[in-house]
Design a protein around this ligand. Structure first.
Ligand code: SF4
Ligand code: SF4
Length: 157
């Protein structure tokens, strides 16, 4: 994150919205890259096309446990989402990439994957600082939402 620290969350309102957007996009891309890399570790315990929540019957209401379409992107708790296609998720949804249900948490702990749990938590922690943790949102929607949390008018007060 060193290169991203030229601006921090508290000083974002002091720059132009365009510069803030550029910065937030950089943070987003950095976190997204890390999140996708982590999805390649099987922390949802996928086996025979089913994640651990499906196998133990612990999907939350509204989660159908859709099949794995062969995408490396975690896509088993996306039921009803407008961005879900037959090939999996069609957008760069940062929070979705790192969100994990209770069954996935239990699986990680039972398999000693504490480092993965910590890495997911770290991405969330940084994402929260920049208001980038919006569920079921595209990159564009996420950055727009993050910008809406910055009061640029303070710059002139
Ligand atoms: S977060 Fe839970 S429901 Fe979603 S894919 Fe992982 S184990 Fe399955
Ligand atoms: S945006 Fe989230 S819930 Fe929707 S398809 Fe993508 S990963 Fe699934």
């Amino acid at each position: 994150m060193k290169t991203l620290n030229t601006l921090n969350r508290k000083s974002l309102y002091k720059v132009s919205p365009e510069r803030a957007k550029k910065f937030l996009t950089k943070v987003f891309d950095h976190l997204y890259k890390r999140a996708v890399k982590l999805t390649q570790v099987n922390y949802c315990g996928v086996s025979c096309g089913k994640c651990v929540a499906q196998r133990v019957g612990k999907l939350f209401p509204g989660q159908s446990g859709i099949p794995d379409f062969g995408s490396s992107v975690k896509n088993r708790c996306c039921n009803g989402c407008k961005y879900l296609t037959k090939d999996g998720c069609s957008v760069e949804a940062l929070y979705c990439r790192i969100w994990t249900c209770g069954a996935a948490h239990q699986y990680m702990f039972s398999k000693g994957m504490l480092d993965i749990a910590h890495k997911l938590e770290e991405i969330k922690r940084i994402g929260d600082i920049y208001s980038l943790m919006t569920y079921r949102c595209s990159k564009e929607e996420t950055i727009k939402s993050a910008l809406s949390h910055i009061d640029f008018s303070k710059k002139f007060s």
